[in-house]
Ligand binder design. Structure first.
Ligand code: PA5
Ligand code: NI
Length: 187
């Protein structure tokens, strides 16, 4: 007798495209990222409708112990001399972690603990990033292609953006084609 099975959900490893239901899709546009980039003048000059990143995720039940799986597709681009990045967040349930897997493109995962200590991990196809609890996280695309990363996190984690309203303590910029990491206070 043939084994019976449920058709699995699917991720295309090369592009990060998800297939399966129910699928949620949300695009964050430049206009929604007020206060995120250091150069406010450059941000205001940009097209507010420009897509900066899209998150696709499989919807999941919301109870304790359940997991979301999603992919962030972060476009290449800059605001002033600063690379496109996600807003970044702590989890509302601070103790809950997350795992990111690089799929394509190149960039960094910026991690910051509650004391404001930062570290960068290089994101590329095949990279694995274990984000512990109590650690804010943000993706930064330093390349010329889309940066896509798969993530798995508890459905109960939630997002706390407000605690980082003043910005992360590190910014990644480019100057004369060189990548620069700048420590900053108050974002
Ligand atoms: O769960 C995550 O950490 C990711 O799916 C992010 O939510 C995604 O990268 C978008 O970033 P942000 O929520 O900071 O806008
Ligand atoms: Ni998260």
């Amino acid at each position: 007798m043939k084994p019976t099975h449920c058709p699995p959900r699917h991720v295309d490893w090369a592009s990060g495209t998800l297939r399966g239901e129910p699928l949620i899709r949300k695009t964050t546009r430049l206009g929604a990222l007020a206060g995120v980039f250091a150069d406010e003048h450059a941000w205001r000059q940009g097209d507010p409708e420009l897509a900066v990143y899209t998150v696709e995720m499989f919807d999941s039940p919301s109870g304790e112990g359940e997991l979301y799986t999603g992919v962030t597709h972060l476009n290449p681009g800059r605001v002033g001399d600063e690379f496109f990045m996600t807003r970044g967040h702590f989890h509302a349930r601070r103790e809950q972690g997350e795992v990111y897997f690089g799929l394509r493109g190149e960039g960094f995962l910026l991690l910051q603990d509650e004391q404001g200590q930062t570290r960068l991990e290089k994101v590329a196809a095949g990279s694995v990033h274990i984000i512990p609890g109590n650690t804010a996280h943000r993706l930064i695309n330093t390349g010329t292609e889309i940066l896509s990363a798969l993530a798995v996190w508890p459905t109960t984690a939630g997002h706390d953006y407000a605690s980082l309203a003043g910005g992360f303590a590190k910014r990644i910029t480019t100057h004369n084609l060189q990548l620069m990491a700048k420590e900053v206070q108050n974002g």
